[in-house]
Design a protein around this ligand. Sequence first.
Ligand SMILES: [Fe+2]
Length: 205
Amino acid sequence: MTQFKSLFVTRLYQATLASKGAVDPAELENSCLVIADDDEAGQEWCEANDFPGYTSYASLTDLPWRFPIFADVVKALDAHVAAFAADAGYDLDGKELKLEDIWINILPEGGIHTAHIHPHSVISGTTYVAMPKDTSAIKFEDPRLAMMMAAPGRAKDVDESLRQFVYVQPNVGDVLLWESWLRHEVPMNMSEEERISVSFNYSWG
Ligand SMILES: [Fe+2]
């Protein structure tokens, strides 16, 4: 008998956001643009920190309370996160996975988000609001890379589950979820148009 098993699997969840709660995509896109335009504190933070484009991360901590469309997004996200947690087999011990932060990202042509993890959270993810043609995929990195210093690289045509870097090109209206320790980056936006997304963290307890 010969058998290959996959152990210590890294899950990535992809679904249509609206499959678990109605969200008007046009209203969401418009709201992101209007909020970015009005948020002078956020614009100043981006400027001071050499952040390409706009993020509301440092300036607006209450999007779902201020804007009903973000309350709709969170309602849908809660259901997606519950599905992810069930698939992951988490024993939540009677405590909930709760939204910790949710923020807008607007990445202009030439902008990048360098590789990072989301500390202090359990599940993180992004829902995609505007994904122009030729804009960046999101790139995920094998969390065991540091342990592979003597291992050969992988063949180009190897199955996706065995690759060390995986690029995912979501559609507008998709939501991606992953565990918050998984390093990811957004390579350079090669589109002339803005790439708009809404990212979030869920914590436990
Ligand atoms: Fe991120």
